[in-house]
Structures are given as structure tokens and as C-alpha cells.
Design a protein around this ligand. Structure first.
Ligand SMILES: [Ca+2]
Ligand SMILES: [Ca+2]
Length: 483
């Protein structure tokens, strides 16, 4: 560290600190106060009984100031801490390096900015046990999803994972964000309104959540069934994946009905493909059979790809016909290769890439697969196949039942929701899988992305304003990541 202390800085600090302390009415400035903290002379001179020491005084500077009782240098001896934290942690001492003595330790000579919420007016901080405290809700970096600009930087709850809708309890209720209830929300996709569509699995309904979290029901009565017709009369059975289609329609992998359903822009529900019987059968859409399909993706030319989860293959709906797009149906496995011999194991979600290739998450083999644009070649993009949380190179990284997929800005990297309570980033060019969001610990905790907690997140989508939404399935809530 370069020592860039200046007398001018020292004087400024002393004057500021004294003024701040006086403002705080902690005590008035006395002669001793003036001597204690006074800038040293050019050759380190101080008044008798004072010693010239160097202290940080902001912006990376060190200032030379006179102190009556200068702090001894850190001896690393791990003296007992006067505070209450860390006394019970093995090896926790000594890391502070400040060698505090008993009693009330001094604070860093330069107090932090301190403001009174919610209007961010300046207010003096207090020195409590060696730490400057703003007892006003103000924080140096925003950590709380409380609708307040806690760090007074002009943005509210920025760079935080917050709750968009729901409160952690299962239920079926429309309304404002905090009043809305979901039950195992699974698939997500963008809606033309700027909100997101939710496959609300255990509610047997398709929900619509606006950017402010207010929630309505797009289709489904809440009771399982297969009725067609207006959204408020139609029924679904454990719907999972959803995707936008042409003309503002939404497609649904209606898993428990073994069908692909369609909700048109007016809310009318119909069947796109699937007889409703479980099994495997290619052919005319109304006769074809799927088994517990969970994922669906539509291309701009009207083709619809289906992750036929229970049949362990990828199906295609096009021109009123259902065919097999990739993999040997009803032959679960891990083989890469051409479309006829490749195998899948529990394909879950689909992401159609710009070049026409299809990204497939697999809950059965814990990998991310890639189907070439012509469907002829299946490969493994990421995942060793081991059920684990490992980040690292694509081939050795490990997932736990990866589900929802989403392309990141630029389309060169992808996000995958992982059963291990994290959102993983897959970066093919950099040959890396990393953790984008989530501590990995199960829970329902908002805050900075690295400490946020989820419970089996599964769906991913973006609001019209660009914010990432996560279907936090077993917290029965939708979470949002603010920029
Ligand atoms: Ca802020
Ligand atoms: Ca806040």
C-alpha cells in the first residue's frame, strides 16, 4: 500500500470528525479532543503524551495524527475479544487483526455516510463498540428487499433476489403480489403483456403474473380435469412447462393429461396434440400419445417441440402430425449420437436456440443435452451425469435434476434452474458451469444473489422489463432478480 498521507487530509478529517461528533451531541470538543487526532508535525511531532500514528482516513489514504493512546500493532496473538461475536468460534480470533483492548474500542476515524430513510437526509452516525452505526435503515450496500432505497443511491432493492409474488405458503389466490398464492409453480415463460406465465402444477392452473407481482388466472378452475373452452371453465392436470406461441397464444405441457394444450390470446383453451391416453404413439395429433410431458418449445415457423418426459425422448408437433424428433422413445439412457440411437433420460425443459438447435435439461441423467438444428445429432453440452453440485468445466460439472432453461443476454450462455437450490450458468465458450444465483442451502431467503435461498427452483423466464423470474417451486412463490 502506498502511503499517501497528507497534512491537509489529516486536518480535514479532524475538523470533520470533530464537527460530526459535536453535531451528534455526544460531547463537545475539548482541548484534549483537539490534541487527540491532531495532525502530526512535518517530522512527526506531537504534544507531550501523544504519539504520531498513521490511520486510514478514507479513499485509501493514510493520515498521520497524534494519539494519546495509540493502538499497539497487531501481534496476531488472538487476545480475547471484548465483543460478543466470535468468542465461541474456533480459530475465529485474530482474523480482525485489530488487537482490540477491553472496553469500548474506537471506530474507524472516518465515519460512513449516514442518512435518514426514507428521504435520505443526512444524519450523524453513532460509534457503537468500534463500529459506526446508522440507526436509520441506511446501509452502505443494499441488502434488504423492503421497497426502500436503503443505500440512498436512487435505486430501490437493486441487485437483490426478492419475492415477486407469493409468501411461501401453498394456496390458490389471485390478487396483489403478497396476497397471491401458488402451489408448486413449475414452468415459466414470457407473456406479451410484459408479465410471466406460470404452469401452476398442483393448482392445475395457468397463472399470469405482472411485473408488479399482481397475479391472475389465465386458465384453469383449480380442479384437475381436461375440459376445453373458456379459461375460467377449462381444466388442466398438473401442468408443467409453458411457452409462448404464434398470435399471442400460450402452449402448455399438460403433464397429467398427457397432452399439449393451447390457450389462445382470448383465453380459449384447446388441445394441440395428444389423445389423453398415456403411452407412445406417433401420428395424427389427436391420436398421438405422450407420457407425462413436462416441456414445450415453439419455433417461429410454427413447429412445436415436446420434452416427452415419461417416454424419454423429444417429440415434434407439426402440420397436425406428431413425430419423434430425437432419441429412442421408451428406451431411457445416456447415449449421444445420431437421432435414432441417441437416448434421453427424463427430458424436462426445452430451450430453442437462435440457430435452431434445441437445449434439453434432463432430470433423469442430470445433464444438459443439445440436439442439432436438423435433429440429426444429440450431444451432451454439460454435466457428468453424477447427481451433485459441482461447478467447473462442462464435462465434469454436475447438476441435480436440472429443469428450467433460459438464454442469457447475447445468447452465448444459458441459465439452468437446479434442484440443488441454485441457478447455474452454462458458458460453452468458456467451458464452465458456475453458480449464478443462490447459496445452495435450502430456504426462503431474499438478499444478495450469493446468499439467496430457494427450495427446488424449476422455471426461469424474463419479465418485459428484463428482470429474471424464478419459479421457486417448493416455496410456492415466484422470485425476481433485480438488476
Ligand atoms: Ca439502493
Ligand atoms: Ca431495500
Amino acid at each position: 500500500m502506498s502511503l499517501r498521507g497528507t497534512r491537509a487530509k489529516g486536518v480535514l478529517h479532524w475538523a470533520l470528525a470533530c464537527a460530526l461528533l459535536a453535531t451528534a451531541s455526544l460531547f463537545a470538543c475539548t482541548v484534549d479532543d483537539v490534541l487527540d487526532g491532531k495532525p502530526c508535525g512535518p517530522d512527526g511531532e506531537c504534544a507531550p503524551g501523544y504519539e504520531c500514528v498513521q490511520e486510514p482516513c478514507g479513499d485509501g489514504y493514510l493520515c498521520s495524527v497524534c494519539r494519546a493512546n495509540p493502538q499497539p500493532p497487531d501481534d496476531g496473538g488472538g487476545e480475547p475479544d471484548a465483543g460478543t461475536d466470535g468468542g465461541d468460534e474456533v480459530g475465529g480470533d485474530g482474523d480482525g487483526g485489530d488487537g482490540e483492548a477491553d472496553g469500548s474500542p474506537p471506530c474507524d476515524p472516518v465515519p460512513p455516510p449516514c442518512k435518514l430513510l426514507p428521504d435520505c437526509t443526512d444524519t450523524p452516525p453513532e460509534c457503537v463498540d468500534g463500529t459506526w452505526v446508522c440507526d436509520t435503515g441506511f446501509e452502505i450496500a443494499e441488502t434488504r428487499c423492503d421497497g426502500l432505497d436503503n443505500d440512498c443511491d436512487g435505486s430501490i432493492d437493486e441487485a437483490l433476489v426478492c419475492t415477486l409474488a407469493g409468501d411461501g405458503t401453498a394456496g390458490f389466490a389471485d390478487g396483489e403480489a403478497a396476497a397471491a398464492r401458488f402451489s408448486e409453480p413449475r414452468g415459466l415463460c414470457a407473456h406479451p403483456s410484459g408479465g410471466v406465465v406460470v404452469g401452476d402444477r398442483a393448482n392445475h392452473a395457468i397463472r399470469l403474473v405482472a411485473a408488479d407481482g399482481s397475479t391472475s388466472t389465465l386458465a384453469g378452475t383449480g380442479e384437475p380435469g381436461a375440459d376445453e373452452g373458456p379459461g375460467d371453465q377449462a381444466r388442466f392436470h398438473e401442468p408443467c412447462g409453458v411457452c409462448p406461441a404464434l398470435d399471442g397464444a400460450v402452449l402448455v405441457a399438460d403433464s397429467g393429461n398427457h397432452r399439449i394444450r393451447r390457450i389462445d390470446a382470448l383465453g380459449e383453451v384447446s388441445c394441440l396434440a395428444g389423445s389423453g391416453f398415456t403411452g407412445f404413439l406417433d401420428g395424427p395429433a389427436e391420436q398421438a400419445r405422450f407420457t407425462l410431458p413436462e416441456g414445450v418449445a415453439a419455433s417461429a415457423d410454427g413447429r412445436v417441440f415436446v420434452a416427452d418426459t415419461g417416454n424419454d425422448c423429444i417429440r415434434l408437433v407439426s402440420g397436425g402430425q406428431v413425430s419423434t424428433w430425437a432419441g429412442q422413445c421408451q428406451s431411457p439412457g445416456t447415449a449421444d449420437g445420431d437421432r435414432a440411437t441417441a437416448q434421453f433420460h427424463g427430458p424436462t425443459d426445452l430451450l430453442l436456440l437462435e440457430d435452431g438447435a434445441l437445449l434439453v435439461s434432463e432430470q433423469g441423467s442430470h445433464r444438459i443435452r443439445l440436439v442439432s438444428a436438423d435433429g440429426e445429432l444429440v450431444s451432451t453440452l454439460a454435466g457428468s451425469g453424477v447427481y451433485d453440485d459441482l461447478d467447473g468445466p462442462l464435462a465434469t460439472a454436475a447438476f441435480k435434476r436440472p429443469a428450467g432453461l433460459l438464454a442469457e443476454a447475447g445468447g452465448l450462455s444459458y441459465l439452468a434452474a437446479d434442484y440443488g437450490n441454485r441457478i447455474r450458468r452454462i458458458d460453452p465458450a468458456g467451458d464452465q458451469v458456475s453458480t449464478a444465483i443462490g447459496s445452495g442451502e435450502p430456504g426462503f431467503v431474499s438478499g444478495p444473489p450469493e446468499s439467496a435461498r430457494f427450495l427446488h427452483p424449476s422455471g426461469l423466464a424474463r419479465l418485459g422489463d428484463g428482470r429474471l423470474v424464478i419459479a421457486d417451486t417448493h416455496n410456492h412463490a415466484l422470485r425476481v432478480v433485480n438488476p
